[in-house]
Design a protein around this ligand. Structure first.
Ligand code: GDP
Length: 197
């Protein structure tokens, strides 16, 4: 059940300017450089739909795309983790982000991306706890799985599962490689269930 139709809707600098809280949306989040843009492009089979921002500290946008229907959206959240972003901006952004995850009615699920070579970092765990507070289902992608041999990739998957269990978090998790186009069907399946189409 691959995604056939994707369209750019709008970019919003803050959640206050995002589309009306109707229909269903799935948000993509992760540290900068986690492979989020590559994953969105692979998922939607587009070369340049999502662009990675390589400029630390630049005001980043929340990008909305329609997926299959105008009522089902993909939300590309700004990558986090750049130390160069001023602390106050970070704080303000975090308050908004938490509110979005906890109270956005149309938000049906969160896809959290993390580089398979690095375990979940502090802010990833923070995101997972907010999602849990909002009773939001989470699906984790261990990205760039092609960087590891199969056995090592499987180990990373098991270790991350253990880490999640220890944190008291329940989420689904999979290996993903945008480079090798691996894991796309599994991801599309999860999103299809969230979108209910
Ligand atoms: P973003 O900042 O999270 O949007 O990350 P990007 O999608 O821009 O990817 C960051 C870097 O990782 C880029 O140099 C990509 O080429 C690389 N990358 C992304 N996905 C993969 C993948 O599946 N395999 C490999 N080997 N590299 C990847």
């Amino acid at each position: 059940q691959r995604i056939q139709q994707t369209e750019f809707m709008l970019s919003a600098p803050t959640f206050r300017l995002c589309p009306a809280d109707e229909g269903l949306e799935v948000a993509f989040a992760g540290r900068s450089n986690a492979g989020k843009s590559s994953a969105i492009n692979a998922l939607t089979n587009q070369r340049q739909l999502a662009r990675s921002s390589k400029t630390p500290g630049r005001t980043q946008m929340i990008n909305f795309f329609s997926i299959e229907t105008p009522e089902t959206r993909l939300v590309d959240l700004p990558g986090y983790g750049y130390a160069a972003v001023p602390l106050e901006m970070k704080k303000e952004w975090q308050v908004e982000l938490e509110e979005y995850l906890v109270s956005r009615g149309s938000l049906a699920g969160l896809v959290l991306l993390t580089d398979i070579r690095h375990p979940l970092k502090f802010f990833d765990e923070q995101m997972l706890h907010w999602a849990q507070d909002g009773e939001l289902p989470v699906h984790i992608l261990l990205t760039k799985a092609d960087k590891l041999k199969y056995g090592a990739a499987k180990n990373a998957l098991l270790n991350t599962r253990k880490q999640l269990k220890k944190l008291g978090l329940s989420c689904s998790i999979q290996l993903f490689s945008a480079l090798r186009k691996e894991g796309i069907d599994e991801l599309a399946g999860v999103m299809g269930r969230w979108y209910e189409y």
